[in-house]
Write a protein that binds this ligand. Sequence first.
Ligand SMILES: NC(=O)c1ccc[n+]([C@@H]2O[C@H](COP(=O)([O-])OP(=O)(O)OC[C@H]3O[C@@H](n4cnc5c(N)ncnc54)[C@H](OP(=O)(O)O)[C@@H]3O)[C@@H](O)[C@H]2O)c1
Length: 105
Amino acid sequence: MSAIVILGTVIGAGVVLVGLIRLKNMKSWGRHDAQDEIDVQSRIVLITGASSGIGKEVAIEMLRRGAVVVIPCRTTERALATVTDLKGRPGTSNGTIVSTIVNSN
Ligand SMILES: NC(=O)c1ccc[n+]([C@@H]2O[C@H](COP(=O)([O-])OP(=O)(O)OC[C@H]3O[C@@H](n4cnc5c(N)ncnc54)[C@H](OP(=O)(O)O)[C@@H]3O)[C@@H](O)[C@H]2O)c1
């Protein structure tokens, strides 16, 4: 084997090794780390648009973390359906759901 091939192999192995060490030192290998979560235990969190989409996902996460989640809804039907849905999601019993009806009429 020539000196060039040996040198190339050593440098290549070094680069791979450094990359692996950096990857290993990355927090949780890019996964969500529970220790990074903001503590919202017993905090009151007001979430508009919580009956669907991203608002509902935020509500689920806040309940899972033990917050008191206030969800203003436009109709009683939506409020009841949303509360029932949220209560049925795993882990949401850690928090408290308060629904209110807001109506511009
Ligand atoms: N999803 C995404 O990937 C994404 C990305 C970027 C930005 N956004 C923006 O984030 C917001 C929410 O998106 P989403 O996908 O979660 O939407 P969504 O599932 O349609 O949720 C809409 C929520 O807003 C409420 N809402 C709609 N119109 C309203 C009004 N006139 N007055 C009061 N409440 C009203 C709905 O209540 P009711 O149940 O009473 O209808 C529902 O709770 C939107 O503004 C969207 O443009 C979303």
